[in-house]
Design a protein around this ligand. Structure first.
Ligand code: GDP
Length: 191
């Protein structure tokens, strides 16, 4: 189900997990990897196009929500403001939202836009976890170095770090641990 109208999203009867990140972070690839479907999520939406909230039902037991990403280079101020209203309203009001997975490209150092988005989540008491994507593009030494630097940056503003996962959509690495984490939280869901 795809929406720009929050009212039209499915009833909040199942636990829900949102996936979000900067454009090109690997979100669509990760969603396809988690769902073992080749093209459930469409890869790399074009800026300026209608940006939708996509709900996928997983194993008839939880919703995966693909949220429009942020950080498109060419987006207008007006569209950025629209994104903010849509996403902020959605995240603050969705009663069945169990966790937001914030995707971070493991190749890059901490970006202001990601840090600010997580700060906003924190201030609004919205639970979130991080997923470092595309780890196959780095060797383990490089990855650990980047992860440590990122966490150090976060600790300037946070007392505790959020749960952190790593993923590769090409190898499937991370799939089991992310799905296990979701299954555990699903147990706590009450309508
Ligand atoms: P989105 O814009 O966040 O939905 O990102 P996409 O899923 O469209 O991915 C952006 C680009 O990164 C595409 O060229 C993907 O093939 C590539 N990509 C995404 N995830 C991975 C990954 O885990 N490993 C590698 N090597 N490439 C990836």
């Amino acid at each position: 189900m795809s929406n720009t109208d929050i009212e039209k999203c499915p009833e909040p009867k199942l636990p829900e997990y949102a996936f979000i990140g900067r454009s090109n972070v690997g979100k669509s690839s990760l969603i396809n990897m988690l769902s073992e479907r080749k093209a459930l999520a469409k890869t790399s939406g074009t800026p300026g196009k209608t940006r939708l909230i996509n709900h996928f039902i997983m194993n008839e037991s939880w919703y995966l929500v693909d949220l429009p990403g942020y950080g498109y280079a060419k987006i207008s101020k007006k569209d950025r403001a629209k994104w903010r209203i849509l996403i902020h309203t959605y995240l603050k009001n969705r009663s069945n939202l169990m966790c937001v997975f914030v995707l971070i490209d493991s190749r890059h150092k901490a970006q202001k836009i990601d840090l600010e988005f997580m700060e906003w989540l924190g201030k609004n008491q919205i639970p979130f976890s991080m997923i470092f994507t595309k780890i196959d593009k780095l060797n383990s030494g490089e990855f650990n170095k980047n992860k440590k630097a990122f966490q150090k940056e976060m600790l300037k503003n946070w007392e505790f770090l959020p749960p952190t996962f790593e993923s590769s959509s090409t190898s499937g690495h991370g799939r089991d641990s992310i799905l296990k984490y979701i299954a555990e939280i699903n147990e706590m869901f009450e309508v």
